[in-house]
Design a protein around this ligand. Sequence first.
Ligand code: SAM
Length: 191
Amino acid sequence: SGWRIPSVLWQAKLLLRERLTVGGIAVDATVGNGHDTLFLAENVGETGRVFGFDIQKEALESAEARLHDAGLLSRVTLFHEGHERLSEVLLPEVKGQIQAVTFNLGYLPGGDKQIVTRPDTTLLALQSAYDWLAPGGLIAAVLYSGHPGGKQEANEVLDWAKRLNQKHTQVLWYQFLNQQNDPPTLLAISK
Ligand code: SAM
């Protein structure tokens, strides 16, 4: 039939689409060129808000242009800040109101491959994102292990996620076991 099990990126979108509602608040913790930011902005509707973080100015400029071209820039606030500063940068009233947070770890495709997300800051950001989620909120993190440091980061993230209490948190790890060359995997966390 041509049907395929959803790819990691597609599965992330399926979960996010299921979770996000019109008027919702979402965060893109790794904006890059803004593909996920745009997807979040589409799914929170005209009355929703999206907050995005990236440490690379050029990435934010490219994301801003993409959002502008789609007519959705007014729903989005981009911060030239590390995601580890989430709890200092977002307004306190956002705490407990975030429906979904996306992470897309590693380096920016087409950008400087030396600039990658790092375990220490990634873990701080994940913990903040988790703390700031609404009840029933979702974190969708795409993990890459093919670049230097990537495997270490992915392992640290998984170790953190494994320890979240199953009484109030669901933790899913979605991956294709037989793909070669370190394919990305999806970590989905729902509180
Ligand atoms: N989803 C993005 C897109 O649509 O293009 C790609 C994201 S790329 C894989 C990872 C991004 O994380 C890079 O743009 C990089 O600059 C950013 N980054 C690295 N460390 C960061 C940090 N501490 N806080 C926020 N962003 C960071």
